[in-house]
Design a protein around this ligand. Structure first.
Ligand code: NIG
Ligand code: FE
Length: 427
């Protein structure tokens, strides 16, 4: 990433969506509609940080005497938002599974394909075989595409290695991407994505291996901040999931969980009991589970692209928000159930398939998403001293972002105060 020597001054945004006011905790209920919009908005960025935010007049006044120093970006007629944040991806993997997609279109189910050795197992074979360079190159390509859609930070899970060696390989590739790519990454260890074929007959022994071998080593090498498990009938039971998440906690890895994706299975309840940072999917979460999430303040990371792609009914975003659960949105980018990098499309599905409003989906993909990866103090809103991650969309207001769908409206992306996308192209 090149160095930005001059301050950057974004001027005259028709709407500057700041989302100010919830850096300490995620937005819930009615707060999810509060965007803190400034018209004729202006932002002054310097040394990678946001220095001044206000109307164009206010910022010009605050920076009086220095106006000549800045490089100006004219955002007239455009929308400026915080950089989008994707809090749930399986970014680092090799290969693709369009063959399974074709099978599903003919009626095969996701779980059937997995039981027959496809699904996560197919990607695990490909990822185990891939060398680090290939894995890096394939993942970098996806990360570039995320950036072109306005995403400036992603969470990335392991879980296609399912052996210590291959899980470390995935996590090391994620760490290298974080070092070398403009998009920031935060890693989640997901050794408990599925029991690999060599443990097929004794999944409990695999759980022991995750707990006794993989988690301690991943934590020792500081390769992940979070620990995730696929809690689903036929994958890991709630009891096994609890053991894995508690083991992570003992090693400083914060719990996340793939919960109630295919059937109601007590995942939401477990997330609340264990104090997970987020419970993700929740298509089939029980009413009791939803109430418990609200009570415990667990963030629901909803993935309507996955429901769309699996031809299932999406999670009830409306119900979760009305129940007081803080909601975030994510692509779930992965080669099986959601091969997309378009967080704006996911936001659109949030409106059309989950009963969320255009304001709520924007909150869910920025400040609440930042909280879902414990970065709410650092990113997710346009506030003084936060990291200068912003997107300029070529639409005049935030509603058009959802309304005019299927188009990538991201025009300019600024990462840590540096322009990295301009005119819809990577710089
Ligand atoms: O979030 N549910 C489990 N894991 C992924 C899918 C992984 C895959 O199919 O490769 C998900 O949907
Ligand atoms: Fe996932």
């Amino acid at each position: 990433m090149q160095k930005q020597t001059k301050p950057l001054w974004i001027r005259h945004a028709s709407q500057l969506v700041t989302l100010a006011g919830s850096s300490h905790q995620p937005r819930t209920g009615k707060q999810m509609e509060q965007l803190a919009i400034i018209e004729d908005g202006s932002v002054w960025l310097e040394d990678g940080r946001i220095r001044h935010v206000g109307t164009d007049r206010e910022v010009a006044e605050a920076c009086r005497g220095r106006l000549q120093e800045a490089e100006i970006i004219d955002a007239s007629g455009k929308l400026v938002t915080p950089g989008l944040v994707d809090p749930h991806t399986h970014l680092v993997f090799a290969g693709s599974r369009e063959n399974e997609f074709a099978l599903r279109l003919k009626g095969a189910t996701y779980m059937e394909i997995m039981r027959q050795g496809g699904g996560i197992h197919a990607t695990t074979s490909a990822t185990r075989r891939a060398d680090r360079e290939t894995l890096y190159a394939e993942s970098k390509r996806r990360l570039d595409q995320f950036l072109l859609h306005g995403v400036t930070m992603v969470e990335a899970k392991s879980g296609y290695g399912l052996s210590l060696e291959s899980e470390l390989k995935q996590l090391e590739v994620a760490a290298r991407l974080h070092q070398t790519h403009p998009v920031d990454l935060v890693s989640t260890f997901m050794g408990a994505h599925a029991a690999p074929p060599e443990y097929k007959d004794d999944p409990d022994r695999f759980v022991d291996y995750v707990i006794d071998v993989m988690i301690p080593e991943v934590a020792r090498r500081k390769l992940a901040e979070f620990n995730d498990v696929f809690c689903e009938r036929g994958v890991f039971t709630p009891e096994q999931s609890r053991r894995i998440l508690e083991a992570g906690l003992r090693h400083g890895l914060l719990p996340k969980i793939h919960a109630d994706e295919i059937e109601p299975y007590g995942g939401a309840e477990l997330a609340a009991e264990i104090g997970a940072v987020s419970a993700d999917h929740l298509l089939r979460a029980s009413d009791e589970g939803i109430a418990m999430l609200a009570e415990a303040g667990v963030i629901a990371v909803l993935l309507p692209g996955t429901a769309f792609f699996l031809m299932a009914e999406a999670a009830n975003g409306r119900k979760l928000i009305d129940a007081g659960v803080p909601v975030a949105l994510s692509t779930d980018c992965n080669p099986g159930s959601s091969p997309t990098v378009s967080l704006p499309l996911i936001m659109n599905l949030g409106c059309l398939k989950m009963g969320m409003t255009p304001a709520e989906v924007l909150v869910a993909a920025t400040i609440n998403a930042a909280h879902a990866i414990r970065r709410g103090h650092e990113i997710g809103s346009i506030e003084v001293n936060k990291r200068a991650d912003l997107v300029i969309f070529d639409v005049p207001n935030y509603m058009q972002l959802q309304y005019h769908y299927g188009v990538n409206h991201a025009d300019t992306v600024i990462k840590s105060g540096v322009k990295v996308v301009e005119g819809g192209r990577l710089l």
